[in-house]
Design a protein. Structure first.
Ligand code: COI
Length: 393
């Protein structure tokens, strides 16, 4: 069977070919872990350090298409040392979370967005695309297996890591003929245990995270490893993360592994502006980024606020800070949701970003975090952003 998928990649709409059987959740096979674990106390949960009892694996081959989805005990993979993932970085991943709600259900937050992005990442590196709804169903089944390990409480959740790797043997560089899609899950606590902690950034023009025509908008493992050395270099100078600049204009693009937002005041009109870089192919299509923009456009008064996806530079930030027009800045991502910024090192000086008196963030940052948490924890319904995967009643 030959399936045709059409995916929008940057300016181009490309047709991807997936040969063989489609991904089919009804074929699921389950092998239970004979040694189920007990939930750890919330205070012991460290991001991505412990995993639940089960994992989901789905093999793919060019000849057969998607094979049998299998939920089985969490454990090592066995791969040929020549597998293309190890040599040519045929790897992509996603990150999303599941939450326990006051109605005693478990929900995933906007999983459709992650599936769409995962398919775009797969198409870009010639790994197979798949039926998004089927992987959402299968991930739901995986979470249901380990539902006792989904933590309870504000700030606590189950981090879900769908991953796809090319597994074809051999050192020739080409399209993988075999792949493995797998999903693992990790019970996690709040990124900042004691509430927000605003971070210091080094504006970075000595290394480039992404560039036009590249793959910075895809969630490929290969985008992450090269960013560690600049982070260590910034850390030597006392900064926790890099504020990634691009081009001779020194456009602000992202921060660390997150999208980034700035809030400016126009002193002439009195209007405030929430700004983030446009999705021009160099910016990851963050689900939290989209959630911030959607909620801000929905909830903030347009008489008082402009919400813009536009280019802006470190020079604009520095100048407007001097003029008292820089109000706030924060990173956005699945892991931390929002991460407030307090200082930016640039040209041997620190640009100071205001914080609320006695607090670690600005007013909008706090508001946005609350809006998103209320939806994630099921205190507020918003569109179809929460997808129920288990009803524990
Ligand atoms: C996120 O902010 O959710 C990320 O993508 C970080 C992840 C690579 C740990």
């Amino acid at each position: 069977m030959l399936q045709r998928h059409s995916l929008k990649l940057g300016k181009f709409s490309i047709r991807t070919l997936a040969t063989g059987a489609p991904l089919d959740a009804s074929k699921l096979k389950i092998t239970r872990n004979p040694n189920p674990s007990k939930p750890r106390p919330n205070e012991e949960l460290v991001f991505g350090q412990t995993f639940t009892d089960h994992m989901l694996t789905i093999p793919w081959s060019a000849k057969e298409g998607w094979g049998t989805p299998h939920i089985k005990p969490y454990g090592n993979l066995s791969l040929d040392p020549s597998a293309c993932v190890f040599h040519y970085a045929f790897e992509l991943f996603e990150g999303l979370k599941a939450y326990r709600t006051p109605q005693n259900t478990i929900t995933m937050f906007r999983p459709d967005k992650n599936m769409t992005r995962m398919n775009k990442s797969a198409a870009r590196i010639c790994l197979p695309t798949f039926e998004s709804e089927e992987l959402i169903k299968l991930t739901g089944k995986l979470i249901e297996q380990d539902k006792h390990l989904v933590p309870q409480g504000n700030g606590y959740s189950l981090y879900i890591r769908p991953t796809m790797i090319g597994t074809s043997k051999g050192l020739g560089v080409g399209t993988p003929s075999e792949a493995l899609l797998y999903v693992i899950t990790s019970p996690v606590g709040p990124y900042y245990k004691t509430g927000f902690k605003a971070v210091r950034l080094e504006a970075t023009d000595y290394a480039t995270r992404a560039w036009p025509g590249g793959v910075g908008d895809k969630k490929l493992g290969a985008n992450y490893a090269p960013c560690i050395l600049p982070q260590l270099q910034a850390a030597e100078r006392g900064y926790q993360q890099n504020l990634w600049l691009f081009g001779p204009e020194k456009n602000i693009t992202e921060v660390g592994t997150m999208n980034v937002f700035f809030v400016f005041l126009n002193k002439v009109t009195g209007k405030k502006e929430l700004v983030t870089a446009p999705l021009d192919g160099t910016i990851l299509e963050g689900v939290t980024r989209d959630s911030v923009l959607t909620l801000a456009r929905d909830k903030l008064d347009p008489q008082e606020w402009d919400i813009n996806e536009r280019y802006y530079t470190i020079t604009e930030v520095a100048t407007r800070a001097q003029q008292g027009e820089l109000l706030e800045a924060f990173g956005s991502g699945t892991a931390a949701v929002v991460s407030p910024i307090k200082e930016i090192g640039w040209n041997n000086e620190d640009i100071h970003v205001p914080l609320l008196p006695g607090e670690q963030c600005g007013a909008l940052t706090k508001q946005v975090a609350q809006w998103i948490a209320d939806i994630q924890y099921g205190r507020v319904n918003y569109g179809n952003w929460s997808k129920t995967v288990a009803d524990l009643n």
